[in-house]
Design a binder for this molecule. Structure first.
Ligand code: SIN
Length: 493
């Protein structure tokens, strides 16, 4: 069979290697250079290695609790049970996870995990180590690699996806296949502040929407609470708080304890909202105090963060550093069954582009690399056995709606990112979401047909923004990462 995998993060690399191992003629198409995307930036590790007092059942229960009742228990069960095989596979493919003097894997703990079960590589360079190892395997395999190619659309024939259209070097070309696995990542670039790289423009979700695939849970966007608030967004891993670092206000108070008994290790959305509110009320960034961890431990355990914070003029072993929340991960996406099949025959999805049901309304830290490896492998394995047997019923995307005669500012990517940050971000109101939706619809209606890479990305961002704002408006109660503030008009009523 001919299989196309789009995307070269951990999900795409895993899917392509599995497809090639199964004997499929496999083409890996990637937007930038092979091994780009979010995976190499991932500092936090891979959850799923269990010490004597831990188990897959406990990991499942933490995952379900973080998902706020919105996860699919069957998908979570697969995550925690397939996880150890995928971690073993990563090790076999050359990923050197950190070990103690006896050669045992070092286990870290992160927010909302009841146990230390997270493995890292290079201290805080886990994603880079994974990406390097898997990219090397791809280059030495039979997989055909097409780099610097933007996914423009999925090709459909008789109701099935049968290939892709790409934009490469200014020209559009078609590649035909028996199955397409989307592993294009998320859409963090919808927001003014994000940990995601420039390529995270929602291309896969947009292409799936245009192909009529079912997409769900787009209202659930995870904001990371601790991104260095100096220069380009740079993640300060949750593992730093796992090691004991404290979030403090301008008087040195650990303010997160006022909203949650677990303080800095409360669920990520709780901490992110506390940080945003505190920063707004004091009119300056809150700070992360890691001084108690000590200079040598900080340098040894977090070499990347240590280097970057120092490059930006901070000695975090001696002074607290300013942090802010930023858009980090999209829980929703293209709906799949437990084997990566979408609602459209021939189309599969894995990784952040997919909504497998694992993360529910809020993702547990360090579950994303694991989910991408587990479901990337399952999608590739399912291609052979059941190409045209999707168990998901297609629904047409709900993207219509009247456009009022609006006097809105003209579209620019930056204007969209600020609109989304202000109204479809961490703290939402229904009025704000509705206004944002109208503006997005007006921008979409006025947008010319895209021809360049930037124009295609803008069109994709607008389409995903409309779907996301629609989903956020449809969810009338706060749940997980979707948080509605009291409307200003109702305060004091
Ligand atoms: C982090 O290192 O804080 C991020 C880990 C994750 O997003 O799972």
């Amino acid at each position: 069979m001919n299989v196309i995998v789009v995307g070269s993060g951990i999900a795409g690399l895993t899917a392509a290697l599995h497809a090639a191992d199964a004997g499929h003629r496999t083409t890996l198409v990637t937007k930038d250079a092979l091994g780009g995307g979010c995976t190499p930036l991932a500092q936090g590790g891979v959850a799923g290695v269990y010490g004597p007092d831990d188990s897959p059942a406990l990991h499942a229960s933490d995952t379900l609790a973080a998902g706020a009742g919105w996860s699919d228990p069957a998908a979570v069960d697969i995550l925690v049970h397939d996880g150890s095989a995928r971690i073993a596979e990563l090790i076999a493919r050359g990923v050197a996870f950190d070990r103690d003097a006896n050669g045992m894997l070092l286990l870290g703990r992160e927010a909302a995990h009841t146990h230390a079960r997270i493995v890292h590589a290079g201290g805080d360079a886990t994603g880079a180590a994974i990406s390097r190892a898997l990219v090397a395997k791809v280059w030495s395999s039979s997989i055909e690699v097409i780099e610097h190619a933007l996914l423009v659309d999925l090709l459909a024939h008789d109701g099935s996806v049968r290939g892709i259209r790409i934009l490469r070097g200014g020209a559009c070309t078609e590649i035909h296949a028996d199955a397409v696995i989307l592993a294009t990542g998320g859409a963090g670039r919808l927001f003014a502040h994000t940990t995601n790289p420039p390529g995270a423009t929602g291309d896969g979700i947009a292409a799936a929407l245009r192909a009529g695939a079912m997409v769900a849970d787009l209202e659930f966007v995870q904001f990371h609470p601790t991104v260095l608030d100096a220069g380009e967004p740079f993640l300060i891993s949750e593992a730093v708080r796992g090691e004991g670092a404290a979030l403090i206000d301008d008087e040195g108070r650990r303010f997160v304890f006022e909203v949650h008994a677990d303080g800095e290790l409360a669920p990520r959305d709780v901490v992110a909202r506390a940080v945003a509110r505190q920063a707004a009320s004091q009119g300056s960034p809150v700070r992360l105090d890691a001084t108690m961890i000590g200079a040598s431990r900080l340098a040894e355990r977090f070499p990347t963060i240590d280097r970057v914070t120092r490059e930006r003029g901070f000695d975090w072993s001696r002074e607290p550093i300013p942090v802010t929340p930023a858009a980090h991960y999209l829980m929703g996406g293209v709906v799949t069954d437990l084997d990566g099949r979408t609602s459209v025959p021939g189309l599969f999805a894995a990784g952040e582009v997919a909504r497998t049901g694992v993360h529910g309304a809020n993702r547990l830290a360090s579950n994303s690399l694991l989910e991408a490896a587990v479901f990337g492998a399952r999608a590739a394995d399912a291609v052979t056995s059941s190409l045209f047997r999707s168990r998901i019923m297609p629904v047409s995307a709900v993207l219509s709606g009247g456009i009022r005669d609006l006097n809105v500012v003209g579209f620019s990517r930056s204007a969209l990112q600020h609109l989304m940050w202000d109204h479809v971000g961490l703290l939402r109101t229904r009025t704000g979401i509705a206004e944002a939706l109208e503006t997005i619809r007006a921008w979409r209606a006025a947008a010319p047909a895209p021809t360049t890479r930037t124009e295609h990305e803008d069109a994709d961002l607008l389409l995903v923004a409309e779907a996301m704002a629609s989903a956020a408006l449809a969810r009338t109660e706060s749940v997980g990462a979707h948080h509605l503030e009291l409307e200003p008009a109702l305060i004091g009523a």
